[in-house]
Design a protein around this ligand. Sequence first.
Ligand code: SF4
Ligand code: SF4
Length: 307
Amino acid sequence: MLVTHISSTPTVPLVALDTLWFQVAGTVCNIECTHCFISCSPKNHSHEMLTLPEVERRLAEARELGVREYYFTGGEPFMNRDLLPILEATLRQGPATVLTNGMLLRPEVCRKLRTLFDASDYSLDIRVSLDGFDAESHDAIRGKGVWDRVMIGLRNLADAGLNPVITVTTAAEGVATAAGRSRFLELIRGFGFERPRLKVLSLFRIGAEEHRTRAYEDWERLTSDTIGQESLDESLDNKAAGVLQCSSCRMVTSKGVYVCPILIEEPEARMGETLTETLRPFPLKYGACHTCWVDGVTCTTCAAFAT
Ligand code: SF4
Ligand code: SF4
């Protein structure tokens, strides 16, 4: 008898809901980076900003479900006027991280962040994106004049005594090498941060990045063969699932709860209205899932390193 092996799309279980993301600024950003995987811009209102009452409602549900940490992204989170009260509410129940392009880190904002940090038993991390070692390389991706404003923002963080995590995508030349990472760490030390932290992120070939370089090809999909799964069971076991952040996170947006921070423009990645509705497996059928698996991507701060 001829036995035919059929490769299938694996699903990822939700092992534990440890991490909750908030698309706190929706898809609105003050700049328009050429590699943005959500194509955020000043005019993109695909997802709207979240309000303090909306976030508080989600935090209450998250507390019941045992969520351990919270991330805030956009768009540009500091464009949301509710951000500081939102962080204050969050820091009453767990650690918080904000992902920012660093342009709106004014002295008074940094001082307020420091006050929140000091008043909480939990950590507050600010992640600032850089895409080059200098104005020319950074602004080629992020826009003219952005570098200068980020440098001011980093100085303001340093003055407030806050040590950021610097996030660099692989679009930045040389960051994939040890020498490139050392150069970034030296740049960060130049601000007086004694414990520089650097996180290198893979690019996803969706959104604006799809046009800057290329879109995913058909072969860039996960199958039971790609992940070396011998069983006909389509679900990853908990150990294999652990390398994917969607096994332990969900993303809250103004349109509902999505599987992860990457797929918020995929209608089928919206898993429900409440967090409880999303406590189920998800099919890994997108090109971005291939990147997550192959590159071992996690968007959380825990993989940041210093040397
Ligand atoms: S990558 Fe970040 S800073 Fe750049 S457009 Fe997208 S959300 Fe804004
Ligand atoms: S894009 Fe990555 S994090 Fe999102 S569902 Fe796919 S594998 Fe999971």
